[in-house]
Design a protein around this ligand. Structure first.
Ligand code: NAD
Ligand code: SER
Length: 315
């Protein structure tokens, strides 16, 4: 029987992934943790504990007490916020990963999931159809921590045989929980502002293309990777996943189909430089060939669901 620990269950991904894992493995077998309270549906459906992943002693106690077999480590400081506080963000992103890797080794856990990001790429990376293996010179604190993390999870796989699995998520779009301080957050905020005020001032320029993914596709990719037989995986660093690619202008036009008087204006801030260093579109053929990555949502389908669900949420 699998016993799963989710670290960072209250965030944008954790708040949805935890519930999916509970459906798959049983509510009581998925122990949700975070440094802040969890959403009501997580609190009501299964175990939750306040846990600071930087506290290695408590992490080990929870893993032993709960007889954990797999960890999903989602706690991190995202790109925009990490640029504001470089050293504490580096510490959280790296120190937390080392705690998880060391406990996985000490307790001989079966496998771990740790997400990487398109932020591992940098201004010298080819921007179109960015290959799995390419030039990687990230120039943000977050991107450097993700690239270092990729190298470390591969190292623990090679050196200690730990089954590490990871995806380079693009910007994730969802309606349940607010985005956590990244450069791609505009693609979530825009829906709330379109519905509330029929206008949005975007912090990226109109033609800034970035890879994005709707949360149901991200959750499916995550559990498909974690469920894949290890013999199918050609790498234990992190897989490219492409999702959909669009600009703020294209997203604004799609929203206008539902809210005709919606207006978008542009005031790029410090996040423009970060976005300019990331790819437009990713090549995810290695993930497709290894373990069958697929997507359901394109831009129109995702926009329709976002508008319907946020309208319901805002009453
Ligand atoms: P988020 O900021 O929404 O959630 C992170 C959660 O971690 C928060 O609930 C926070 O309270 C918790 N946390 C922070 N410090 C902690 C600590 N010391 N101990 C325990 N919990 C702590 O982030 P997210 O968007 O859900 O991202 C999850 C992971 O996916 C991160 O590793 C992130 O880098 C990665 N990722 C996210 C995206 C995206 O677009 N959301 C894209 C690429 C990669
Ligand atoms: N969405 C994330 C960010 O913008 C990408 O990792 O930080």
């Amino acid at each position: 029987m699998e016993r799963i620990l989710v670290i960072g269950c209250s965030g944008q991904i954790g708040s949805e992934l935890t519930l999916e894992l509970r459906k798959m493995y049983g509510d009581s077998n998925v122990v949700a943790t975070d440094i802040r309270p969890a959403p009501a549906d997580i609190l009501e459906s299964g175990p939750f504990e306040i846990l600071d992943v930087l506290d290695a002693g408590k992490l080990q106690l929870v893993c032993e007490h709960e007889k954990i077999t797999q960890i999903y480590h989602l706690a991190a400081i995202l790109s925009g916020n990490a640029e504001k506080r470089p050293m504490p963000s580096w510490d959280i992103n790296m120190h937390s990963l080392f705690n998880v890797l060391e406990i996985t080794k000490a307790l001989k856990l079966k496998k771990i999931f740790w997400p990487s990001s398109i932020a591992v790429f940098g201004p010298t990376t080819p921007r179109m159809n960015t290959p799995q293996y390419t030039i990687m010179e990230p120039n943000t604190v977050y991107g450097i921590s993700k690239l270092a993390g990729e190298r470390w999870i591969e190292y623990y796989y090679q050196k200690y045989g730990i089954d590490t699995r990871s995806l380079r998520y693009p910007g994730l779009i969802s309606y349940k929980t607010e985005a956590g301080g990244g450069t791609t957050d505009y693609a979530v905020e825009i829906f709330y502002e379109a519905i509330r005020r029929k206008k949005y001032t975007c912090f990226l320029s109109s033609e800034t293309a970035l890879p994005m993914m709707f949360m149901p596709d991200a959750i499916k990719a995550t559990v498909d990777l974690m469920e894949a037989d290890s013999s199918r995986l050609s790498l234990h660093s992190s897989y490219n996943v492409a999702g959909i690619c669009f600009t703020p202008h294209a997203l604004g036009m799609e929203i206008k189909k539902h809210i005709p008087d919606f207006e978008i204006t542009y005031e790029p801030d410090f996040r423009q430089v970060i976005a300019d260093s990331w790819p437009d579109r990713i090549d995810d053929n290695v993930a497709r060939n290894d373990w069958g990555l697929t997507y359901e949502y394109d831009l129109p389908k995702m926009t329709e669901v976002m508008i319907t669900e946020i309208r319901k949420k805002l009453g």
